[in-house]
Design a protein around this ligand. Structure first.
Ligand SMILES: *Cc1c(COP(=O)(O)O)cnc(C)c1O
Length: 471
């Protein structure tokens, strides 16, 4: 399988080459040249496989430069009941007839990002070991990405993590999760500023090509294809659990900000998984809901980007969205370059509303969308607790609220649960008047000793720190 850029760069790469890279050289995103099609016989063969074997079957369609036995071992080591809490890895929980939750949040950091990041950690260690190279991962986080990356990379040979976060702005649980890690290869940098300052610092350091090369700086952000393909697996696993046979269809609702999670659903559907609808749910930061309603994609300024109680979806633009638009527009790379390169840079928006292809987003690709507000989240969390005795987090609440509008008779609706409520305790207390449930292994987390360095919002200070910690 070869990979190409959405913006038309003529180069073609193999999986392990793009594994350690971010953007393609022309600023586009990598996608496979084609989506492997899965027929009914293959679906039948896969139904009932343990999660790690299903992961191997799917990944091996996209990865042909890791020997099968090695890839199999990596999958088996990644997706264990020990790490993810259950034998199913992503168990379903029924709420009412036709509506179920798929739990993606029982990994080490209690958010769905573990599903991909845990695999990435093992792939990085494998590939760096094979090449005899090292990598220093520099990232910016407002919470979930940073902790998932740190728990995936802790103790891994050849990898160091330098994770910037806005000082004092993550939830107390998220801070405790990250800062309590004592592994020498994990470095927490609390930046005196906001999340945008952290992102600006990462950009500034990455744009210093000499520094980047000298210190082998890499990233693990959500545009990484390996993360995306790892996520494809749980769409299949959810489908098999929700259906008795392969002639049934299901729909998924996905809480979304950067279009990372739901993009994997799009890939699963392109492979032939019988998905009726892919319902995208945003919070007040409704960049993507606006697109699917009107065809207008409009990047928000920071004054227009709201801080909400589902903070992992507080985005001004959707960094993975370009992949879907590439498919929507018939893989016309020249057009993608004009839209995402030139037009977005010039005006911060484009409008496909009048384009005949836009109608295909729903009709051919199955997309629908909706948005939810703080009041909706609180009401949904309360209702779910009172009626079903199930406590959900704020992001999952956004999904559940929107999902109900799109339930169709005879088509199970699977809502992806993207985090556990303990990560966002303040809103749970507001909705339920009580503290969220806490998995036993996190008792006393906030009392553990912390390892974090506070730095000014200055790229030079971060560079100095990295240089001092990479001998
Ligand atoms: C990252 C995250 C999201 C948004 O996922 P994207 O695929 O990046 O849009 C939703 N919920 C939680 C809990 C997250 O951590």
């Amino acid at each position: 399988m070869l990979y190409l850029s959405t913006r038309g760069d003529p180069g073609r790469k193999r999986f392990c080459e793009i594994l350690l890279e971010g953007l393609a050289p022309d600023g586009g995103l990598y996608l496979p040249e084609r989506y492997p099609r899965v027929d009914a016989a293959t679906l039948s063969k896969w139904r009932g496989l343990p999660y790690h074997e299903l992961a191997f079957e799917i990944l091996s369609l996209y990865i042909d430069d890791i020997p099968a036995a090695d890839l199999k071992a990596i999958c088996a080591k990644t997706y264990t009941a020990d790490v993810f809490g259950t034998r199913e890895i992503v168990p379903l929980r029924k709420l009412e007839d036709g509506l179920v939750l798929e739990a993606l949040s029982n990994g080490p950091t209690l958010a769905f990002k573990d599903m991909a990041m845990q695999l990435l950690g093992n792939l990085f260690e494998y590939e760096l070991g094979r090449r005899g190279e090292e990598l220093n991962i520099l990232g910016a986080t407002s919470g979930d990405t940073g902790s998932a990356a740190e728990y995936a990379m802790r103790g891994k040979k050849g990898v160091r993590v330098f994770m910037t976060s806005p000082d004092g702005r993550m939830s107390p649980f998220q801070q405790a999760q990250m800062f309590s890690l004592q592994d020498p290869n994990i470095h927490n940098l609390a930046i005196a500023g906001v999340f945008d300052d952290c992102q600006d610092i990462v950009k500034a350091v990455s744009n210093d090509l000499e520094f980047k090369r000298k210190y082998r700086i890499g990233t693990v952000n959500s545009i990484n294809w390996a993360r995306l393909v790892a996520q494809v697996v749980y769409y299949f696993a959810g489908y098999f659990q929700a259906t008795a046979s392969n002639d049934q269809r299901v729909s998924f609702t996905v809480p979304s900000g950067n279009f990372g999670n739901i993009c994997a659903g799009h890939v699963a559907r392109m492979m032939g998984l019988p998905i009726e609808r892919l319902v995208l749910a945003t919070n007040e930061n409704d960049v993507l809901d606006e697109f699917f309603r009107t065809g207008v994609y409009r990047v928000r300024g920071s004054a227009d980007t709201h801080e909400t109680s589902s903070p992992s979806m507080d985005i001004s633009k959707a960094s993975n969205f370009e992949r879907f638009v590439f498919d929507l527009l018939g893989r016309d790379a020249a057009r993608l370059k004009a839209l995402f390169g030139e037009q977005l840079a010039a005006s911060g928006r484009f409008d496909l509303g009048a384009d005949p292809a836009f109608a295909a987003a729903g009709a051919k690709f199955g997309f629908a969308s909706g948005k939810s507000t703080h009041a909706d989240r609180v009401a949904t969390i309360r209702d779910t607790w009172q009626r079903f005795d199930v406590m959900i987090d704020t992001h999952t609440a956004d999904g559940l609220k929107v999902a109900r509008r799109f339930v169709q008779p005879g088509v199970p609706m699977i809502v992806l649960e993207t985090a556990l409520p303990i990560k966002f305790a303040a809103t749970i207390v507001e909705a339920l008047g009580r503290e969220p449930q806490r998995p036993a292994k996190f008792e006393g987390l906030e009392k553990l000793p912390r390892r974090v360095t506070v730095l000014p919002a200055d790229a030079g200070a971060v560079k100095d720190f990295i240089a001092a910690h990479c001998r």
